[in-house]
Design a protein around this ligand. Structure first.
Ligand code: CP
Length: 300
C-alpha cells in the first residue's frame, strides 16, 4: 500500500489486512522490528481536528516512528513558499508519510507528483468528499459489536451532502454487503450519491436498524441559513425515536442538543461514540504500518 487516499482505492484484501492488523494491535500491542531507518510521519492539518490528528499522532508514536507536526502559521508556506516545494523539502528532510487534512481534494493531485525521495500520502479528511480512515475505524467498531455487517441495516442520519464521513462510509459499507439507508431532509440529500437509498422519515427508518450513525451539520461548509429548530424537531435522535438496541454512532465532534439530544450525552447507548475514537488509534496504527511495510519491506 503506497497511499491511502480513499476507500475505492483499497482492495478487499487491504481492507481485511487493516482490520486484522488493527485487531492485533488492540489485543497484543506492538512489537517493533528493527528497521534500517526510523520512519517519519508528518501531519499537515489545514482544518481543525481533535480525534483524527491525535489518534494518528499516538498511532505513529506507538509504532515508534518519528512525528513532525506541521503548522501553516509557523511554516514557510506563510512566507509564500509553494506547496509542492514544501513537500519536496519535507521529503528531502526525511518525511516518509504525509498525513493531510484539507478543505479540498488537493491530496489527489500531489500524491501523483514525483518527489526526491519516496513520499506516501494518507487522507485524514478532504473537503466534502472523503474521510477513509474514519470509515475504516467505523467498520472496525461495527464489526466488534455485530461480527459481520453483511445484510445489517445501517442508517446514516443528517447532513449527508456535506459529510465526507458519510460518503466514505457508504462506499465501504456497501462494499461489505451492509444495507445502507440515509435519512435526511431534502437539503442534506445528495443526488450525486447513486448507490444508496435516501429517506426523509427518521422514526420509520430507525426502528429496525442495527446501527444508527448520526452526523454533525457541517455549518462551516454551508452558505444558506440553517433552520436548526426544524432540523431538531424532525431529525434529532433521542431515546424515544430510535431503536435503543441499535448501535448508536457518531464520528465526532457531537453538537449535543442538535443531532443528538442533550440527554443522550450521559446515556449508556452513547458509549460507543467514545469507542470509535478509541479504536481509531489501532486502525491508524495498522494503516501507517502497512504503508511502512510497502516502503521498507518490514512489518511488525
Ligand atoms: N471524526 C473526526 O474527523 O473528528 P476530528 O475532526 O476531531 O478529527
Amino acid at each position: 500500500m503506497k497511499h491511502l487516499l480513499d476507500i475505492n482505492s483499497l482492495n478487499n484484501e487491504q481492507i481485511l489486512e487493516i482490520m486484522n492488523l488493527a485487531s492485533r494491535f488492540e489485543l497484543l500491542g506492538f512489537v517493533p522490528k528493527l528497521l534500517n531507518k526510523k520512519p517519519t510521519v508528518a501531519f499537515l492539518f489545514f482544518e481543525n481536528s481533535t480525534r483524527t490528528k491525535f489518534s494518528f499522532e499516538l498511532a505513529a508514536k506507538n509504532l515508534n516512528y518519528n512525528t513532525l507536526d506541521f503548522n501553516f502559521n509557523t511554516s514557510s508556506l506563510s512566507k509564500g513558499e509553494d506547496f509542492f516545494d514544501t513537500l519536496n523539502n519535507l521529503s528531502a528532510i526525511g518525511a516518509d508519510i504525509i498525513v493531510v487534512r484539507s478543505s479540498d481534494d488537493f491530496i489527489y493531485e500531489y500524491s501523483k507528483k514525483k518527489y526526491p525521495y519516496r513520499l506516501s500520502f494518507v487522507n485524514a479528511g478532504s473537503g466534502v468528499g472523503s474521510h477513509p480512515t474514519q470509515a475504516l475505524l467505523d467498520f472496525y467498531t461495527i464489526q466488534k459489536h455485530l461480527g459481520s455487517v453483511y445484510n445489517k441495516k445501517i442508517v446514516i442520519v443528517g447532513d449527508i451532502k456535506h459529510s465526507r464521513v458519510a460518503k466514505s462510509n457508504i462506499e465501504l459499507l456497501n462494499r461489505v454487503g451492509a444495507k445502507v439507508v440515509c435519512v435526511a431532509p431534502k437539503c442534506f440529500q445528495d443526488e450525486n450519491i447513486k448507490n444508496v437509498q435516501f429517506e426523509e422519515d427518521l422514526f420509520l427508518n430507525t426502528q429496525n436498524a442495527d446501527v444508527v450513525m448520526a452526523l454533525r451539520i457541517q455549518k462551516e461548509r454551508i452558505e444558506e441559513e440553517i433552520d436548526y429548530l426544524e432540523y431538531i424537531e424532525n431529525y434529532q435522535i433521542n431515546e424515544g425515536n430510535f431503536n435503543t438496541d441499535a448501535i448508536l454512532m457518531h464520528p465526532g465532534p457531537v453538537n449535543w442538543g442538535v443531532e443528538l439530544s442533550k440527554e443522550l450525552q450521559f446515556a449508556k447507548c452513547s458509549k460507543i461514540i467514545l469507542e470509535q475514537a478509541h479504536n481509531g488509534t489501532f486502525v491508524r496504527m495498522a494503516i501507517l504500518n502497512l504503508i511502512v511495510k510497502g516502503i521498507y519491506g518490514s512489518h511488525c
